[in-house]
Design a protein around this ligand. Structure first.
Ligand SMILES: NC(=O)c1ccc[n+]([C@@H]2O[C@H](COP(=O)([O-])OP(=O)(O)OC[C@H]3O[C@@H](n4cnc5c(N)ncnc54)[C@H](O)[C@@H]3O)[C@@H](O)[C@H]2O)c1
Length: 264
């Protein structure tokens, strides 16, 4: 996996003018001349990831999908839920500007996260009390955290928090499906195995199997069934890479997705 530490092969990432491509007879795909680089760019990671969360849940059409996180991955999950004919897509985030963007792009409904209980209540209110058919976790182990969350992590010797995952388990209906796209790098105490058993929840997590789905996803973009580059909020040169990471990390300046242009 490129740019993902020694744990995944120690390959450098692609934020450079040129890259050496290992296994070049296997990985790359040819993109139609009709597509711009921007249109194809998100086929490499965030679109396959968002798509995977929906694909795992095997939607038949008509479902309610609640997506936690309106970052690049959550946004792509929302677009993928629309592609799969979900009846209702609800996106949840702590940042209003991100919710506004994804609502404008997909017509989804939104919930501004104040706390887990209120969010779960709102999901139930929006689903006749049943909960969502599918919850997609696109936040990861580092959600916004208050002092109590931080103290709990210290007591449990944990990094970050699983509170968004907890909300997914509570917000999904009985017999529902939870996809975990956000990264959780370690074990956590108090994982809700009792709730999972009681409600009969199916849970799936992991990296997106990009190679298994990429050719299908390229077609979606080529035929215009989905548009990906409309989430770009910033375009910077490689010299400004630190600034790009900073505004993305601190969620400043309305940042959702930064594109680094090596030729700028
Ligand atoms: N599984 C995979 O293959 C794969 C691939 C790429 C990225 N990821 C992971 O997906 C996750 C999301 O990535 P991203 O690029 O969209 O990151 P991001 O940080 O931009 O998005 C996370 C969003 O969650 C929001 N958030 C924080 N606390 C929240 C809460 N309590 N409730 C609801 N929303 C909350 C943030 O405001 C932010 O908008 C990360 O953990 C990333 O590492 C997984």
């Amino acid at each position: 996996m490129f740019g993902y530490s020694d744990l995944y092969g120690g390959y450098n990432g692609g934020q450079a003018q040129y890259v050496r491509v290992p296994y070049a007879n296997f990985g790359p795909r040819k993109i139609a001349d009709s597509l711009t680089d921007d249109q194809a760019l998100f086929l490499t990671d965030i679109f396959p990831t968002g798509y995977t969360g929906v694909m795992w849940a095997d939607l038949k059409g008509g479902e309610t999908v609640a997506i936690f996180g309106a970052g690049p991955v959550g946004s792509m999950a929302a677009k993928s839920a629309v592609l799969h004919n979900a009846k209702k897509v609800i996106v949840i985030d702590t940042l209003q500007y991100r919710l506004d963007q994804i609502k404008k792009l997909t017509g989804c409904e939104t919930i501004l996260w104040k706390d887990a209980e209120q969010t779960v209540e709102q999901i139930r209110d929006m689903t006749d009390g049943r909960g969502a058919d599918v919850c997609i976790e696109a936040v990861g182990f580092e959600p916004e955290r208050n002092l109590l969350d931080k103290a709990k992590a210290v007591v449990n010797f944990e990094k970050g928090s699983i509170k968004v995952l907890d909300a997914c388990m509570s917000g999904v209906k009985r017999g529902g499906f939870v996809s975990i796209l956000g990264v959780y790098p370690m074990n956590y105490d108090n994982f809700r195995v009792g709730q999972m058993f009681d409600k009969g929840i199916t849970l799936k997590a992991g990296q997106s199997p990009v190679h298994a789905i990429i050719d299908k996803l390229i077609k979606y973009v080529e035929t215009g069934q989905v548009k990906l580059d409309d989430i770009i909020t910033h375009r910077l040169s490689l010299d400004d890479v630190s600034k790009g990471y900073e505004i993305f990390d601190k969620k400043e300046d309305g940042c959702v997705k930064v594109v680094l242009d090596p030729w700028k």
